[in-house]
Design a protein around this ligand. Structure first.
Ligand code: NAD
Ligand code: 89Y
Length: 341
């Protein structure tokens, strides 16, 4: 049994806790939050007796295999470095870091300590996205040459996550980061990116619309588009939609988890809805299922001494896309060559 502690008992951490209760071979034995109300409420909800208001005390007092860091980005570096010094494995929520410098420092600290570092980059673990990837890999549409990964909604995310309305950066750093990671997952690493952004909602500080174009090393050109300002007749929050054109056919992941594959043999429609886990609530259930999937993957990696798909090192490439997208948008959508951002 791998023994873990959760640091940060806020809005999204409740999903982590439910998922941990379902993951075989792992148990959360202690909680930490500097907000006493959130700490006590979470402890009571999940029956955890050992609680700490300070992560240094937690690390001194508990014998842990891993920590799950579910705080917002500003505290990731000190907490990751603390955990690395204590030689415990780490899962850290996205966005992993505010700067590539912080991200690289965390990757280096964990490598030097010999501990596993996985970024909780969960969107690629949604079952609909895995189903689409499996179809591409088995050749259902031939060789992909063009793709679109799209997330458009007007869902009120600010109600549960008020910092999204006041932070200096919004949609690319918060949500686009997942959508860019899905593009990497499906089409491989990117060579170039260009982006344009816009703030439509006057009540928030930063951009709520972003359109990005990537040219991947595989030769695929992709469009990654995100919006929290799109008032649709039917809002599909929080579904990521896909369009992929290949040499032999096309793939479309449409609202309501309808995966349509078309090639010379005909058209197939698959229903790839996520299972509704016992604790999950619509419409968040596909994200909640991906939380369970990624946490299970982390424990599998610890048990087999293998590297997580979204290791800290891997996530540097997703973060590099985020930084380059902001740089491009600030420079009239100029094309940024990755590796030189
Ligand atoms: P939140 O503000 O609701 O919760 C963060 C908690 O961390 C707070 O209770 C705060 O008191 C605590 N905290 C902060 N610094 C601390 C420290 N040094 N020691 C102990 N406790 C500390 O935030 P949230 O909305 O739950 O978001 C947390 C992270 O989860 C963010 O990075 C966000 O982007 C991410 N998130 C991810 C997904 C996803 O699908 N992967 C979805 C939503 C949010
Ligand atoms: O914080 C974001 C995330 O990671 O997934 C959706 C979200 O909660 C709001 O954009």
């Amino acid at each position: 049994m791998k023994k873990g502690a959760l640091i940060g008992c806020g809005f999204f951490a409740q999903n982590h806790m439910h998922a941990w209760a379902d993951v075989d071979g792992a148990a959360i034995i202690a909680l930490c939050d500097r907000d006493d109300k959130r700490l006590q409420e979470t402890a009571e909800r999940f029956g955890i007796e050992r609680t700490y208001s300070d992560a240094v005390d937690l690390m001194k007092s508990e014998e842990l295999d891993f920590v799950d860091i579910a705080t917002t980005v500003q505290t990731h570096r000190p907490l990751v470095e603390l955990a690395a010094r204590s030689k415990v494995h780490i899962i850290c929520q996205k966005p992993f870091a505010d700067t590539l410098e912080d991200a690289t420092a965390m990757v280096d600290a964990t490598a030097a300590a010999g501990v596993t570092l996985m970024v909780h980059e969960n969107f690629r673990w949604q079952s609909a996205i895995r189903a689409a990837k499996a179809e591409i890999e088995k050749g259902s549409i031939g060789t992909p040459f063009w793709g679109r990964v799209s997330f458009r909604s007007a869902y009120d995310v600010y109600a549960s996550q008020p910092y999204l309305a006041t932070d200096d950066r919004f949609i690319i750093q918060d949500l686009g980061i997942h959508i860019l990671d899905i593009a990497r997952f499906l089409f491989g690493d990117a060579r170039t990116i260009s982006a344009s952004t816009k703030r439509v909602n006057p009540a928030i500080k930063a951009e709520d619309v972003a359109t990005m174009m990537l040219v991947h090393e595989s030769g695929v050109t992709s469009v990654v588009d995100c919006s929290y300002a799109s008032r649709l007749s039917r809002d599909s929050f929080p579904e990521s939609l896909l369009e992929v054109d290949g040499s032999e056919g096309t793939l479309r992941l449409m609202p309501d988890y309808r995966l349509v594959l078309h090639n010379a043999s005909g058209t197939r429609e698959l229903h790839v809805s996520p299972p509704l886990l016992s604790w999950a609530e619509r419409p968040w259930h596909n994200i909640q299922e991906s939380v369970y999937n990624i946490q299970r993957h982390f424990i599998d990696c610890l048990n087999t001494a293998s590297t997580p798909e979204t290791s800290g090192m891997d996530n540097l490439k997703t973060l590099e896309l985020v930084e380059a997208a902001y740089l491009s948008a600030a420079g009239n959508s100029r094309t940024i060559i990755l590796g030189s951002a």
